[in-house]
Design a binder for this molecule. Structure first.
Ligand code: AHR
Length: 672
């Protein structure tokens, strides 16, 4: 009895091994399995809005002062809480020299000038000189061979003809460009002079050498590169704007973010105080100055050198729709949560109405006239306005209603962006979504700062959204490699890849999702508070992260209409670790296919193009890939992960394609 049992055990073992071998041998073809994807080239679905992929600008991480604003002098008007922050005096204690040399006093004339109360009174006691210097924003970035425009407001209080020698100085104390201004009168006057830089330096500073006995008042001490974006005075840093323009964004949301709200209401963003002559723009502490104890930035203020006029101009320059966000009378609910009582909201609502008039009003309207006088007679063509940022609860809905009713009755054509708060789901989110839907809100802003897995798992987020509800503005999102607000977050390839996968879901649902933007946009390598960020810069250079290239690839390969792209009759949102969307671009008669492969293995794919519209046998292929999920770009390797392009040819209506492991591929297929 035993033997046969043994025999039968042996035969079972043999059979099992055979089955295993069959399974293993069939595992090969399985590994080399072809993923069949079908694109229906003539089934035009939802229109993809021109605003679909945009940018979110906030003055966080030194994005404005010390960033896109090209001003090189920090605390140019002595308005920081410590009025001499950023300034140094040689041979003197903070406010006074030894008796022989001179002194500096900070004068506060707030009675006569509320916007710019402080100036510096420099007393030179002898005919030898007194030197002050400014350190810039973590140094000043100076490029060899470039011209820099220096200016200051000054008046002679005592004595005459004080000379101020201006020099750009290396950290080693060497001069790399000099000029001089001669103060000539007792009235405030603007003096300008230019300097030619003889060297490139990321950490330069500037010195002002006052010579001749006397007293001189100085204010608004400024240094700009001549070569700003479009060569504008008070202009923007050209390399940074170029990176934005290259993304071809559909909109620019500004000025934030939490900066709109303020820690307290008196720190909210007030657009009217940010336009006109720069010396009339009131400086305030930036709300990110001391928000994060782990990344304090005591010298972070808002000079509003980049103000609302500049933001509108920026949007126009890069072909994007402006999307300003205004305070709805609620300070940041993570901070003071101050509220303006409902019956006192009028000035806030009026600010919103005036802003629309400022952007679009004719030259004979009050605010249209201001815009015209600033040099822009044409309308800025404002179509959207945001009411509040990350507000939540009934307090928000009550205030939103008041704004919406005022805006809709005066400007029915303007679309209002409302918000669901800081979280991508949960009680606050559900409450706001339900209320805003009932109120028939135009566009609802949703934010998601989540881990990469969340982005992959939610590529289908909008498939089930109610098509009769508000449109969606995915206004702030970024995959967090560690966790939200962790200073350890990195802009890894895995984060970028998961964002790309998620974005195919946004595109497939373009009937619901009308706008989307990554956040935050910029970070100064030495001055940041929040990470990850789309673009990193220092005083001389800038680079796009892998997420930047994902955004750019979507922005520059958008298309006008969604096309169905299916596997086994279903949308591709994770099956075989593939995510996909497709669109039709009328102008060039192209089918644009986007496929994200999150697998560690190469995917052999057959893309079958079905429909009456036939392809012409060639396509442009753009591939973004990384060899390691944790790979990042850096100043040393700014394009370690960057798109590569080639032209591919094929026969018939099937494109055979090997999708590299962990890659994002776009195919632009020319159609007949
Ligand atoms: O993008 C950084 C911050 O994140 C924004 O200011 C705020 O809206 C969000 O909480």
């Amino acid at each position: 009895m035993t033997q046969p049992v043994m025999k039968s055990k042996a035969s079972v073992l043999v059979r099992s091994l055979t089955l295993l071998m069959i399974a293993v041998s069939s595992a090969h073809p399985l590994a080399a399995q072809t993923s069949v994807i079908k694109v229906q080239t003539d089934r035009y679905q939802a229109e993809i809005q021109p605003t679909m992929w945009g940018i979110f600008f906030e003055d966080i991480n030194f994005a404005a002062d010390g960033g896109i604003g090209a001003e090189l002098i920090k605390n140019r008007s002595f308005e920081f809480s410590d009025p001499l922050m950023g300034w140094k005096m040689y041979n003197m204690s903070k406010y006074s020299l030894n008796k022989q040399s001179g002194s500096i006093q900070i004068i506060n004339r707030s009675e006569e000038n509320t916007a710019n109360p402080h100036f510096a009174r420099v007393q030179i006691n002898s005919d030898s000189s007194l030197v002050i210097s400014n350190e810039g924003f973590r140094g000043m970035g100076i490029h060899s061979g470039e011209r820099y425009h220096f200016s200051l407001w000054a008046r002679q209080q005592e004595g005459s003809d004080t000379k101020i020698g201006i020099a750009l100085i290396t950290p080693q104390g060497k001069s790399m460009g000099e000029a001089e201004v001669n103060i000539t009168g007792t009235e405030w006057k603007k003096y300008t002079v230019s300097l030619l830089a003889s060297a490139t330096e990321a950490k330069a500073n500037i010195t002002l050498r006052f010579t001749k006995k006397g007293i001189v008042d100085v204010d608004m001490i400024s240094l700009f590169p001549q070569d700003t974006w479009k060569q504008r005075p008070n202009g923007l840093r050209k390399d940074l704007v170029q990176l934005l323009a290259d993304m071809k964004p559909g909109f620019v949301r500004f000025p934030g973010g939490c900066i709109v709200e303020g820690y307290h209401l008196d720190m909210r963003y007030q657009w009217k105080k940010t336009i006109g002559a720069v010396e009339t723009r009131e400086v305030i502490k930036n709300r990110w100055n001391d928000e994060f104890k782990h990344r304090p930035a005591a010298d972070y203020f808002q000079s509003f050198g980049v103000g609302f006029y500049e933001y509108f101009q920026l949007a126009e320059d890069i072909g994007a729709s402006p999307l300003p966000i205004i305070s709805c009378g609620m300070a940041c609910q993570f901070n003071s949560a101050e509220l303006v009582p409902l019956n006192s909201l009028d000035p806030y609502v009026q600010d919103a109405l005036d802003l629309i008039e400022f952007a679009n009003g004719t030259a004979d309207s009050k605010w249209g006239k201001v815009r015209t006088q600033l040099g822009h007679p044409a309308s800025f063509n404002l179509k959207f306005i945001g009411v509040g940022n990350e507000q939540w609860g009934p307090e928000y809905i009550e205030r939103y209603k008041i704004f919406a009713s005022a805006i809709q009755s005066k400007y029915p054509g303007i679309k209002i962006v409302s918000g669901t708060g800081p979280f991508s789901e949960g009680e606050l989110f559900d409450y706001a979504s339900k209320e805003l839907k009932a109120l028939k809100a135009d566009l609802v802003d949703e934010h998601y700062y989540r881990d990469p897995k969340w982005f992959l798992d939610h590529a289908d987020r909008y498939d089930a959204y109610d098509r009769s509800g508000p449109k969606i503005f995915a206004g702030e999102y970024a995959a967090q490699s560690v966790s939200t607000t962790s200073p350890e977050n990195k802009n890894t390839w895995l984060c970028a890849l998961s964002e790309a996968a998620f974005m195919t879901g946004l595109e497939r649902n373009a009937d619901v999702v009308h706008m989307a933007s990554y956040a935050p946009l910029f970070a100064h390598a030495e001055g940041w508070q929040w990470t990850p960020d789309l673009i990193w810069f220092d005083n001389l250079n800038a680079y796009g992260t892998p997420s930047y290239y994902v955004q750019k690839m979507f922005g520059t390969n958008k298309g006008n209409r969604v096309l169905p792209i299916l596997m086994d009759g279903l949308p591709l949102e994770g099956k075989q670790q593939l995510y996909a969307s497709a669109s039709w671009e009328e102008a060039g008669r192209e089918v644009i296919i986007k496929v994200v492969n999150t697998d560690n293995a190469m995917k052999h794919t057959e893309i079958q193009m079905e429909g009456k519209v036939k392809n012409s046998g060639t396509a442009k292929q753009i591939i973004l890939k990384g060899d390691d999920a944790s790979a990042v770009n850096s100043f040393a390797s700014p394009q370690y992960i960057a798109p590569q392009e080639k032209v591919v040819s094929f026969k018939g209506q099937t494109i055979v394609l090997d999708l590299p492991p962990q890659s994002f591929t776009i195919l632009r297929v020319k159609m007949k």
